[in-house]
Design a protein around this ligand. Structure first.
Ligand code: BJW
Ligand code: ZN
Length: 250
């Protein structure tokens, strides 16, 4: 058995034993759907780093520039379809009593693949939120007719309904994530560089509470040394292999 086959067999065994699995995904799971990641060679946008654009300061300094970035990303996401990795996670719901899918992605591809219990940590790219009255509009129009867009209700400047650096993540999202990590037996961490908090620490929380952590990522990540099974392959190729269990809900 090759080293990879061995890891896959170990991961299958852990997954088959579990009744609750917590899954944390990042931009890497959508890479095979053609959605650009943030970091790494493919992740750059016109020489800006996410830390320079995904902040409230950047937005207030230059709302047009930040909206152009989001308009470009909305365009990239609009034509994207879920890939075998997204579908495998959705399918897993049929074999495991409870799956909690925590995603940092704002592309909606997990829901499109059929996953139900999805916790969106960083918001949703199709929602536009008024900076004054807080009204949220769902808009799938690409490109946006007006950049930056204005609130339909009060006419003030609107922003993407996403979480930027320095902004608080909704407490209900943190609670749901920590509760899932506390209750699960296995945590899967897929396609995230593991540098953005608080998501980056969730695998550590799982380890502190003796959960089995399985990571799937093409590249090395900061906390990989602490995890139980680490698979350095594409998630769209590995996830369908992990969930070929015949186990059904009892
Ligand atoms: C594949 C693959 C394939 C590719 N298969 N794999 C504690 C310590 C230090 C700092 C902080 C801290 N707590 C909070 C902070 C500040 C900050 C932070 O973390 N900074 C760090 C950079 C140091 N965090 C925050 O501000 C957060 N708020 C918060 O904690 O509030 C409380 C607080 C505030 C201030 C101080 C203290 C406490 C909010 C973070 C919001 C992040 N927002 C963004 C933008 C969202 C909207 C949008 O999408 O535009 O979220 S930034 C960006 O990074 C986006 C992503 O969700 C996030 C993570 O990126 P991800 O998903 O990991 O993608 P990549 O591109 O980095 O990695 C892709 C990976 O996939 C790679 O590893 C590839 O190898 C892999 N891959 N193809 C498998 N086929
Ligand atoms: Zn408004």
């Amino acid at each position: 058995m090759s080293e990879l086959e061995d890891k896959i067999a170990q991961a299958q065994e852990e997954i088959q034993k579990a009744s609750h699995i917590a899954v944390l995904t990042g931009a890497g799971i959508s890479a095979e759907s053609g959605v650009p990641t943030f970091r790494g060679q493919e992740g750059l946008w016109q020489n800006f780093r996410p830390e320079e654009l995904a902040t409230p300061e950047a937005f207030w300094r230059d709302p047009k520039l930040v909206w152009e970035w989001y308009d470009w990303r909305r365009n990239a996401v609009r034509d994207a379809k879920p890939n075998p990795g997204h579908y495998a996670l959705a399918e897993l719901e049929h074999y495991v009593q409870k799956i909690t899918l925590i995603t940092q992605n704002i592309d909606g591809l997990h829901q499109m693949a059929g996953s139900h219990d999805v916790v969106e940590m960083h918001g949703n790219i199709w929602q536009i939120k008024c900076t004054k009255c807080g009204e949220i509009e769902e808009s799938y129009v690409v490109p946006l007719p007006e950049i930056p867009p204005k609130c339909k209700k009060c006419g003030e400047l609107a922003r993407p309904n996403v979480v930027w650096f320095g902004e608080m993540i909704d407490m209900s999202v943190i609670d749901a994530s920590l509760q899932a990590i506390e209750q699960c037996q296995v945590m899967l961490i897929i396609g995230t560089s593991g540098v953005v908090e608080p998501a980056a620490s969730m695998g550590l929380v799982a380890k502190q509470t003796n959960k089995t952590v399985i990571e799937i990522n093409l590249e090395e990540t900061p906390s990989a040394g602490l995890y139980d099974i680490v698979i350095r392959e594409k998630s769209g190729e590995i996830l369908p292999l992990l969930f070929t269990s015949n186990k059904t809900l009892s």
